[in-house]
Ligand binder design. Sequence first.
Ligand code: SF4
Ligand code: SF4
Length: 345
Amino acid sequence: MIDTLEHRLKIQARSLGFELAGIAAAAQADGFDQFQDWLARDFAGDMSYLRRLAPARRHPAAILPDVRSVVMLGLNYYGAAPSAGEARIARYACGEDYHVVLRRKLNELLAWVQAEVPGARGRGVVDTAPLLERDFARRAGLGWFGKNTMLIHKRLGSFFFLAALLLDLDLHPDAPFEARHCGTCTACLDACPTQAFVGPYQLDARRCISYLTIELRGPVAEELRAGVGPWLFGCDICQDVCPWNRKAPWGREPALQPHADLEALDPAELVGITDAEFRRRFRGTALWRTKRQGLARNAALVLGNTAGIEALPALEAAAGDADPVVQEAARWAMARIRERAGTGG
Ligand code: SF4
Ligand code: SF4
């Protein structure tokens, strides 16, 4: 038993830094119908790539035609909450871009498999290919779906990345995780500042701060702006309040440790960031995804929600930005700050 390929593969995965490793048979994703329903209810908002590639999520064979097994891996990124004054960014975004880190490890793991089983074929997946990762992670025994829609592991909580290695090898699967350990808790549902949960296990991404600050191009709907609060990029609230994260261990991956540049984010400076400066500071980090427009817009919203009149000069300059989305967010923020300060329009 100890010397099986499955066992050695998991040891190898752990030596590469994946604290969780489990195996599921390649079969139709359990949650495909729910995913279709979620899309049909328009909860994905402008994430058109989800709709475009939806049929492919039915079965991992859409990614690797001869796939037989899905090795699901978890990499812990939990760390101290980064914060620059009032502005916050999600924990997962504090280090090097996780896609790069995970891809590197997946390539190493695949090379190891191919050395063990010459001719084996595989493909690593890090949320760039159409796979319902959480479904396969549950099936591979890694954890359960929390009411906040995250996969939760009893020891690690939910602050970990999921990655998959699809293989054309018949590996012995692990037992699926059948229990759910949320019980009567509703902390995540109650804490969401934008009421993005339409019910337990159901997220309307269009209201989620992660979607609004990362995925959405264009203006954030006015009624959701106050809820964005101090979040410049992403949101951790529904994970921070989860009791399963209270005792979660710190992640050990050096590449995911907070980047000095990301620990010192000043929204008053970011609201006026130039394209060149954005490229210089954020290429190779998760924040790259927002593009300059998104980050400057988010910085304006954060200032509008948290800053005092000292932020007005930066916002006045941003109100003259070439980008109308940034301009409008800056004007909104100035009005909010003046309202708070009682200085009128
Ligand atoms: S990430 Fe934040 S905004 Fe999104 S559902 Fe969780 S608490 Fe709500
Ligand atoms: S906060 Fe409570 S309900 Fe939400 S995922 Fe955690 S345990 Fe489940």
